[in-house]
Write a protein that binds this ligand. Structure first.
Ligand SMILES: [Zn+2]
Length: 141
């Protein structure tokens, strides 16, 4: 199932951890709509700007999977509103800066990035809708 021109539902739900633990990571229809919204408003514009494939480290996570990897119950990954992404060959800080300066989003987090190591960490980005998006950008740790 395609969510948008360049993104499939499968790549937004697949998880090595879910496979390993036998967790069925299947979102319901309203969550699929949110994943599509994220693809259309955030991932596709990034894909178009850099003209390179985006690797989805983690998109939707059901509660069981989310707890299995030690994430908080209020994570936007549970609602289909967030994805952890990378573009192979692109500095994750440059990716985050591009999103921050050019796109509408809810939360943008440069996670576990080490200065001087372009491929370290990943970029977490979430989208709800333009009326509630906080446009909050920070780094952890
Ligand atoms: Zn995330």
């Amino acid at each position: 199932m395609n969510l948008s021109d360049h993104f499939t539902l499968n790549e937004m739900i697949k998880s090595q951890e879910a496979l390993r633990r036998g967790i069925k990571n299947d979102p319901d229809a309203p969550v699929i709509d949110k994943l599509r919204t994220l693809c259309m408003n955030v991932l596709e514009p990034i894909r178009e700007h850099f003209n390179r494939p985006i690797f989805i480290n983690s998109g939707f996570r059901c509660l069981r999977l989310n707890r299995a990897i030690g994430s908080k119950d209020n994570s936007q990954h549970l609602k289909g509103e967030a994805a952890d992404i990378e573009i192979p060959g692109l500095d994750n800080r440059d990716l985050a800066e591009y999103i921050n300066q050019n796109l509408n989003f809810d939360q943008l987090i440069l996670e576990y990035y080490v200065d001087g190591q372009p491929d370290s960490g990943w970029v977490h980005v979430s989208y709800v809708n333009p009326n509630v998006n906080r446009k909050s950008f920070f780094r952890i740790p």
